[in-house]
Design a protein around this ligand. Structure first.
Ligand code: ATP
Ligand code: MG
Length: 570
């Protein structure tokens, strides 16, 4: 390929719409263009990288026993109604009707579809295990599409589904995928971490997220430097903190005018924040009110609360709903709330003695609250519902946890029989008994992986591609393409590199060298071969490594070997 023919409209200005580096650089490097919120066109450079990532994924999925298929993107509502997800998916699902008024959706994921295919054909344990996958567009009408390809409404995903005869088989398939994902992200040249993750609405057994470490990431992960523990903040397990021994005093009500926040009440009553109890009020998808309580200096973890109450979705409760269950916004506690209200109390709160909590009336708090004594009437669900903070003890070894940010590029799930039972996907085991298939599902965001690679590999001049996923591995640049000898030598080198199997581009544009070098740095080709007057007159070829900034001068006779050697480490 020659740059003169390449459609890569680079921009000098940083587009105002882009917030994160990967989005800015992809726009500036002429890789993508926006069609509408969360919808992008991939221009040739981006598409080359996407293809390379897909190829790596394909090779690893095939090596692990996966078979590639292609399922329809347009899916009938009937299947989704069988599992109940037609309702659950809510506004995130793109829905449409055909000319007969039948309902369809654009697939946000394919558990229903793939299970329906397998249920119709798989009859015997002899046909198991089975792993089917595809790489195609997925559709999710995200509330906040943003960060370019990182959170789109149409995006490319690899999704693989495993079917086994028992849980042991599922765990073997899961391990194979876990290892395959490790290979994929390693081969893509990324620094990543598999972290324990919540299963979310998808349901089932265990799960891991493959998180690419980057400050711009939307995921927050807790990890331990002493042992191997790493988990998403939503998942990170926390041990109960026991309060220091003290004698329980009788419950008392105190006037606390205008103290609607924890900071204000702690200051007013002159108690440390750790001695206060904080309330957060939610409503479920069924509008049921859930009141959650954590220590004043802790934060509530919505995912853990969701799991504790068995709901599908939570939103902040409105004041009318809180009042309807006998709560007073800003002054809530379980004491005095209407019987039957869903109350969730963090395990650490249950250990507190002589704490401060709301009195469910304006401008009043209880003091000397002993939850074990005073909350029981409300029949609370007691669970670990707090969000991890840096310094919390590791659940495995007790060392203080650290926090870092990352981008979830892939996730693996053990699904168990959730979908096979709902969709009646069964097989006959060795003894002729009918059993539900035991499933797993495994996704990788291809575009998000590309964006994550840029987040992790860039400098002030532009992208620094890991070689394996660079749109081109090498760019050959004649310093002045108007000089016939320079262009001829550059053409020769281009031909030789190509013949040697290197993915190479020739920048044959008759632009100033400075302009070309700037574009090369912006687009981020790992290696640049520069052909100037010295190359023509003295046979000295310049090799420039984008990542290190290092420049090597090599005689014409050996530049090819040297280029290949340099590429190996990029
Ligand atoms: P998130 O929590 O970021 O919304 P998710 O957990 O809903 O993602 P999965 O259902 O696990 O996503 O999808 C598998 C992979 O698809 C994710 O790990 C991610 O790489 C990618 N992905 C999910 N949603 C998007 C999106 N809106 N845009 C781009 N990639 C996405
Ligand atoms: Mg996920």
């Amino acid at each position: 390929m020659r740059t003169s023919q390449l459609y890569a409209p680079t921009l000098r200005e940083v587009p105002a719409e882009a917030e994160v580096i990967s989005h800015k650089l992809m726009l500036r490097a002429g890789m993508i263009r926006k069609a509408a919120g969360g919808l992008y066109t991939y221009l040739p450079l981006a598409w080359r990288t996407i293809r390379k990532i897909e190829q790596i994924i394909r090779e690893e999925m095939d090596a692990a026993g996966g078979q590639e298929i292609a399922m329809p993107i347009v899916q009938p509502s009937e299947l989704w109604k069988e599992t109940g997800r037609w309702e659950v998916y809510g506004d995130e699902m793109f829905r449409l009707n055909d000319r007969h008024g039948r309902e369809f959706c654009l697939g946000p994921t394919h558990e229903e579809m793939v299970t329906s295919i397998v249920r119709d054909e798989v009859r015997s344990y002899k046909q198991l295990p089975l792993m089917l996958y595809q790489i195609q567009n997925k559709y999710r009408d995200e509330i906040r599409p943003r960060f370019g390809l990182m959170r789109g409404r149409e995006f490319i995903m690899k999704d693989l589904y495993s079917f086994d005869k028992d849980e042991e088989g599922m765990r073997i398939s899961y391990k194979k995928m876990y290892d395959a994902y490790t290979n994929v992200f390693t081969r893509c040249g990324l620094t990543f971490r598999p972290v324990e993750a919540d299963n979310g609405a998808i349901g089932g057994g265990g799960s891991h997220e493959f998180t690419v470490l980057a400050d711009a990431g939307e995921s927050s992960i807790a990890y331990c430097e002493k042992c191997d523990y790493a988990a998403s903040d939503e998942k990170a397990e926390l041990k109960v903190i026991r309060a220091a021994e003290e004698e329980a005093l009788p419950l008392e009500k105190a006037a606390t005018p205008g103290t609607k926040t924890i900071a204000l009440v702690a200051e007013y009553l002159k108690v440390p924040v750790e001695k206060t109890i904080k309330a957060v009020a939610y409503q479920t998808e069924k509008d049921e009110v859930v009141l959650a309580f954590v220590r004043g200096d802790h934060e509530a973890n919505e995912v853990k609360i969701l799991n504790a109450v068995g709901a599908i979705a939570l939103r902040m409760a409105d004041e009318a709903a809180i009042r309807a269950v006998g709560g007073e916004p800003g002054f809530m506690s379980p004491i005095g709330v209407r019987k039957g209200t869903k109350i969730v109390v963090d395990s650490t709160v249950m250990e507190m003695v002589n704490a401060v909590a709301g009195a469910n009336e304006a401008d009043a708090h209880y003091i000397n609250v002993v939850p074990k004594r005073d909350f029981n009437a409300a029949e609370p669900i007691v669970a670990d519902i707090r969000l991890v903070q840096a310094g919390d003890p590791c659940p495995h070894c007790g060392a203080p946890l650290k926090m870092t940010r990352g981008i979830e590029a892939g996730q693996v799930f053990m699904l168990g029989t959730k979908y096979s039972e709902a969709l009646h996907a069964t097989f006959l085991d060795e003894s002729g008994k009918e059993k539900p298939l035991v499933m797993g599902c495994y996704g990788i965001g291809v575009g998000r992986t590309m964006a994550a690679a840029i987040e992790q590999n860039n400098d002030k001049d532009g992208i620094i591609w890991p070689r394996a996923i660079a749109p081109f591995e090498v760019v050959v640049v004649p310093v002045n393409a108007k000089v016939p000898e320079q262009l001829a030598l550059a053409e020769k080198i281009y031909g030789e590199l190509k013949a040697a199997g290197v993915d190479v581009l020739l920048d044959d544009r008759k632009e100033r060298a400075g302009v070309k070098f700037k574009d090369c740095d912006l687009i981020g080709y790992p290696l640049r071969v520069t052909v100037g007057p010295k190359a023509v007159e003295e046979g000295q070829i310049e090799l420039h490594v984008r990542k290190t900034g290092e420049t090597v001068i090599e005689p014409e006779a050996s530049y090819l070997v040297k280029a290949q050697e340099l590429l190996k480490n990029l």
